[in-house]
Design a protein. Structure first.
Length: 178
């Protein structure tokens, strides 16, 4: 499902925002949908011109064929120290959140004083900690996944970052309201 969302987002960037650097995988996916009714005639014409300009297509015997090959994929490699760092950050966030839930308050130090979350706002802050811990674990899981799906991990991390930010802002507002 994330692959389809990623393809749709990239397609919109190419067609409507003028994105010029296209990966061969996205171009191959777009080429497979030509003449199927997926695109309008103007979009198909634009895609054909772009593919010829980028040397993705070759005309042979009156028909276009896709010629660009994908680069060999090199999986992500994350050093052991970095993996241990992210796992310890994830464990630290969850343990600190659980400690705060147990005591009824979570203390966050800052540059100009500190903030103490009390009451029900600690549940939203714990949710933010939990989502960040999941993001740290996903970074480590990306190292062990050797498939060519880095864009899905990037999309998931960006989404988790936004969800965590929403939880944090909700906790902040909730804490100010108390």
């Amino acid at each position: 499902m994330l692959n389809r969302i990623y393809f749709h987002l990239e397609l919109r960037k190419i067609l409507y925002q003028g994105k010029q650097n296209i990966s061969p995988d996205i171009a191959r996916e777009m080429f497979s949908k030509l003449n199927t009714g997926y695109y309008t005639s103007q979009e198909e014409e634009f895609i054909m011109k772009l593919f010829v300009k980028k040397s993705f297509l070759n005309k042979r015997n009156g028909e276009y064929e896709f010629i660009k090959q994908s680069k060999p994929y090199n999986p992500n490699v994350i050093s052991t120290n970095i993996r241990l760092l992210f796992l310890s950050i994830a464990a630290g966030l969850v343990l600190y959140g659980l400690f705060g839930l147990y005591h009824g308050e979570i203390y966050l130090p800052s540059k100009r004083g500190s903030v103490i979350f009390i009451g029900d706002s600690i549940y939203a802050l714990f949710g933010s900690f939990l989502v960040l811990a999941i993001a740290c674990i996903i970074i480590v899981a990306d190292h062990y996944d050797k498939r060519n799906n880095e864009h899905l991990y990037d999309l998931a991390l960006k989404g988790l970052g936004y969800v965590s930010l929403v939880f944090f802002i909700a906790a902040w507002i909730w804490n100010l309201a108390n």
